[in-house]
Design a protein around this ligand. Sequence first.
Ligand code: FAD
Ligand code: SF4
Length: 496
Amino acid sequence: MIVQWILYNQCGTSCIDKNVDKVLYLNNDSSPVSPIGALHFHLLSRLYSYAIGYNFIIELANSWTDAQFHQVTNYKEFWIRYCLEHNISTIKVMESSEPFLQQFIIDIQQELAKKSIVVDIVPNNQFLISHDLFCKKYNKPPIMEYFYRRMRKKTGILMEGEIPCWGKRNYDKENRKFDSSFVDHEHCTFLPSEWRKKACNHYQAEVREYENRHGTLQQNYPTSRHESLSLLQYFVEHTIDRFGELEDAMYDTSDFVHHSLLSVSLNFWLLEPREVIDAIENAPTAINNKEWCIRQILGRREYMYHWYMFYKETIYEQNFFAHTKKIPDWFWWPQKTWVEMNCLNTVLKRVSRWGYSHHIERLMIVGNFSLLVWFHPQEVTKWFREQYVDAFERVVTPNVMGMSQFADGGNLATKPYVASANYVNKMSNYCAWCKYDPKQKYGPDACPLNYLYRNFINKHQEMLKKWRQRFIVNQLEKIDREAITKQSEDFIAKIW
Ligand SMILES: Cc1cc2nc3c(=O)[nH]c(=O)nc-3n(C[C@H](O)[C@H](O)[C@H](O)COP(=O)(O)OP(=O)(O)OC[C@H]3O[C@@H](n4cnc5c(N)ncnc54)[C@H](O)[C@@H]3O)c2cc1C
Ligand code: SF4
């Protein structure tokens, strides 16, 4: 008998081999030990993973095959026992897009071979170009912009022959604005489903604890293909309209602004990238919205995966700035912090509440703060991996180690993403409600980002000159370096 093992991020029918006799989804709540240590996932991550896997199995069982959901504590032991009890000769499994999990599957394959059980690993089909093809094309990852242009040409998306539609490759001028009169809009909502209730029952005690902290648990992400299609439709009919313009804007009054919330559906494979891109390409909206969103999925999503696959053996050892600080407990429990920075507190609470914040909040609020106070890049990666519902190894690691923390010394990003209050004040309404003054560079009322940022520039000025950031270093000439260093070091010492 042949059985297929469905991994947690393969909950779509294109991952299924229709010739197998049975399909199994295994839910495991134990904390996996990864290259960055044992991972203790946010309740919401486990809840969505459970609900998505459970629903997928119900749908398969209702439509064509013997499909089962099992709660397990140890994959290897489960498979040995299950195969012997049910006379299974072959387990089919699609190669995981998560290298750590893939290695684990190979270990199981070797173990089961000793019992004459075959683990047949079939190639992964979850990216628009396979990693083998990527490696044939490039000796090493090109810069992201070139990769994206090539993908547009290869797929014909937003192209008229060899020429980009409407003649332009990007719409930066129309995008990345801040609208001070922005009022939050309706977001797509979901009715509580059977499988979600089942997941809540499974994690009952933690759901109660979550509700004590945040109030009623609401559903912001889809848990089935049906819900994902509704979200996609809602996005292309409503939310996308200001997607480009407000892509980088941040508001304490809006958790999602005009972002799509599609990452969970894409990452668990409830939706496939090509169908999402097609829906966006055909959306009744301006080209700057379409192009910016397609750039994220056709460009960034693909690129980050291939970049990570390329550097996966070495990336975790890298720590360009030699930062060593541990992340303090209040990062996980933001209600208990003494740090009264409105931007950081709002985003940490948002992540704790929803397992979500949008990309600029990840990069320029959490990532920026982490870099300026010298958190160890692996610690930061671990925090992101545990806290976000859409977090997977292949996407967290390049975005955090490479893009946000510059641990690889500029292999992925061309310069470190660091900023003072000037940026936050321009792109958000956080500063208006903060006890600190975004204009003061140092002193008791000054925004901590102002002296931390200048301290960072001061420390790394030689490197910044090399990255053609001399103009930033020149700003230092006018400031009191000693006072800034002292105030930064005092602030950093008090964080724990
Ligand atoms: C420090 C940091 C950590 C991140 N961690 C994750 C993560 O764990 N999982 C994750 O899916 N994304 C991650 N991202 C990328 C991005 O922030 C999220 O994909 C996005 O915020 C998800 O929300 P959305 O679906 O509303 O995205 P939208 O803003 O609506 O974008 C549409 C889609 O584009 C894709 N996308 C956009 N940016 C990226 C990117 N940088 N890399 C890969 N895909 C991208 C996603 O599939 C996303 O759903 C991270 C970015 C940063 C800077
Ligand atoms: S003043 Fe500084 S700490 Fe306060 S919200 Fe603005 S950037 Fe954040």
